[in-house]
Ligand binder design. Sequence first.
Ligand code: ARG
Length: 697
Amino acid sequence: MDFRPKILVCPPDYYDVEYVINPWMEGNIHRSSQLLAVEQWRGFAGVLGRYADLNEAAPCEGLPDMVFTANAGLVLGQEVVLSRFMHPERQREEPHFKRWFEQHGYNVHELPKDLPFEGAGDALLDRERGVLWAGYGQRSELDSHPLVAAALGVEVLSLRLVDKRFYHLDTCFCPLEGGYVLYFPAAFDAHSNRLVESRVQPEKRIAIGETEAVNFTCNAVNIGRVIILNKAGDDVRSRLEGAGFQVIETPLTEFMKAGGSAKCLTLRLTEPAIGEPERARALVESRVLRLEGHLLDSGLLDRALDVAVKNGGSFQILSFDLGRQRQSISKAEINVSAPSKEALEGIIAQLIDLGAVLPPEDVGDAVLRGVAQPGVAPDDFYATTIYPTEVHIRGKWVLVGAQRMDGVIVVDEAAARCTLLRDLETGESVVVGTRGIRTVRKTESRAPRSAEEFSFMGAGVSSERRVELVVDQIAWELRRIREQGGKVAVVAGPVVIHTGAGEHLARLIRDGYVQALLGGNAIAVHDVEQSLLGTSLGVDLKRGVAVRGGHQHHLEAINLIRRCGGLAAAVRQKALTGGIFYECVTKGVPFSLAGSIRDDGPMPDTEMDLLRAQRDYARLLRGAEMILMLSSMLHSIGVGNMTPAGVKLVCVDINPAVVTKLADRGSLESVGVVTDVGLFLSLLVQRLEKLEAGAAA
Ligand code: ARG
């Protein structure tokens, strides 16, 4: 061995498991043997001493984890970045290590308070590539990486740790001599794995499985061709030997009870500087965003911060102005960081959908790109949401027209509107990226006023007794909308007829509570069958029994309407004299029936061209204040996709999963009712009668 590095260790005089700050320590308090720990440490130090000069830091009583000197700081050349521990239990080690470094002539860099960085435990030098691999997501903060890069003059590559057991980078990642990397891929998120794969050629990657990883196999000390670790396992050992390494195992089980092993017990003190200051940077990108509204009550802040973290980013709250009254809004300024530019873009897009905005000085005009192929959007197009959206065009915020989700924004001169991908025409300008986009979340939508109208709405799905309360409120709303000349649309499935509620829906239409009816072929067929023959799919609705040869009824209903030339014609010819569609035709309430592959017939009124059917639905929904979705999952999902935020959605279904799916649109204006749609409609009609009687009296 021509080069003997200096390594900092700390004898285990006061080592023990005294608290729990990682999963390994759980259940191990005072369970490690002091005697055995000392013996194992001496054995390890003995092996290490053959290849390196050991420098001992004085152990301190009451600081049991000081043995893990990897966490003292990170050394490069004469510079050291001191650790800022995440847990108070270990923060008490900081002054001791600081003094040690100062006394030994290092330039000590200290990170800002509250910005955890746990030294060489979370940052590993890769000499072959001249980079520093740095972990975040468990102990160290992503935002520490750019500061470390600057302090040490090195390029930092950030890796996100996603498994609590592998809470420090050195528990699952180990750069070795010759450019090899020993690591446990499952401890990292997909983005990090891609980063490793893009920087380390396949033949240099030594990926290990969980069985080895939990033996702290990656927690290895590598000096030249020698690798010292707790346990390698036959497979990993032979792979390491195949790469030209000599593997030395030395038991460190007592230290594993605290979540550490060989590498954790060491800190390399001789790390020649890399000397490429021009590359000294981290790939980390960050941006400042503002949020306004009922940030705490509505859980918005929580959700926003969650979006950042779940997508591999990190945040700092720069300012938070808490509204003191229930009515007053709060304002927050957050700095969001992500390990790369693309990752940051992804996070920002989601935050904008939550209503976050860039500070005015950072706002620029939206970026537009032309459509080159009809029906195809340019790359990176901005996908719309249900929320009112504004685009910054020529220095001004412009409200987007025809708001709906799953579309793109087309800008024409100074106007903007939502368009479906398939409707794009060559030469149109589409907004790409998230620059110059903001969604407008009305604060009223979280204020008590609307929450009172549908007081259970926040609770999402209701059932049992609550149904009655819900129905009361819906009846009240229906009346209000009717009195004000507003619009209510109903989406209904055939179950409405099966459950015997056809007469109730017909009644609502007759009494002027419904301004548009949307459905499929089936509801019309069943409705006609019911009013002509008293059965629905051959079941006698009055007696609840199947009629012999009943399926014939179903086809006869279809045949009759086909002969007449459609539902309206059937009413005119007095062939159809009652039911839902009879009421629609006589009251002039427009309806739209969207076809599907399973349709019998279909009825002449059923639109089998789905693009046209979608367009027709959208036309009928325009201007609706409230939409009742009655046991029709697919048609209701279709309707939900066309509807902007602010429209009240009432979803009724006997299946809670369907209700949750429909009601959960991130919009407080939707409410789910889990109940039989027949009972729901009969109750609704009763309540309306009562309201009307009350109004007449
Ligand atoms: N109990 C210590 C902690 O949780 C163990 C540290 C292990 N050190 C390391 N570099 N992985 O902080």
